[in-house]
Design a protein. Sequence first.
Length: 220
Amino acid sequence: MTKKERVSYLLAELEKEYPETPIPLNHTDPFTLLVAVLLSAQCTDERVNQVTPALFTKAGDPGAMARLSREEILEIVRPCGLGPAKSKNIKALSEILVRDYAGEVPADLEALEGLPGVGHKTAQVVMAQAFGEPSFPVDTHIHRLAQRWGLTNGKNVGQTERDLKRLFPQTSWNKLHLQIIFYGREHCTARRVCDGKAHGCGVCQVINADRQRPKRVKKA
């Protein structure tokens, strides 16, 4: 398959496999999504969804969150891991939103990236899923599959993001990044040897049918 053929195949196959792409983190608005995405770093979405109801019942907007002490936030979010840093960042970004943005999450990538604890990927998730702006957040699943599928040489997530944005139409980005994540979690996992016809998920069997030896995936 040429790269162009792989792109066309993936768009059709992933749309068939995942016609609906519900956002895996429970939230009600841009602020609760922002906090949930921040908590999801090195933590499963399932665990985050178990923790956030108690947090958002206590403080579901920046003003209420800013009024909580860091210790109160930490007590709730500790099960997500990295609790001291995450609780500190949640309180600090809430204070900034109240002070500088009238209690609203800015629909601006650069402004989001300037908030404590909010990196490029988190900011892109919020832009895509809260504001509908074309974005292609690259997580470990997307980074892994993009390499396995020959879409990038995957030296780092930044390069993977640039390569995928160049290959796929902008109108597909917001849905496609979730489709790839869902597929990676369900079928093409990190532990699986996923190469060619002999060992591979359905997509890898098609895309890598002629591969003779396993492809070494570079970590992000």
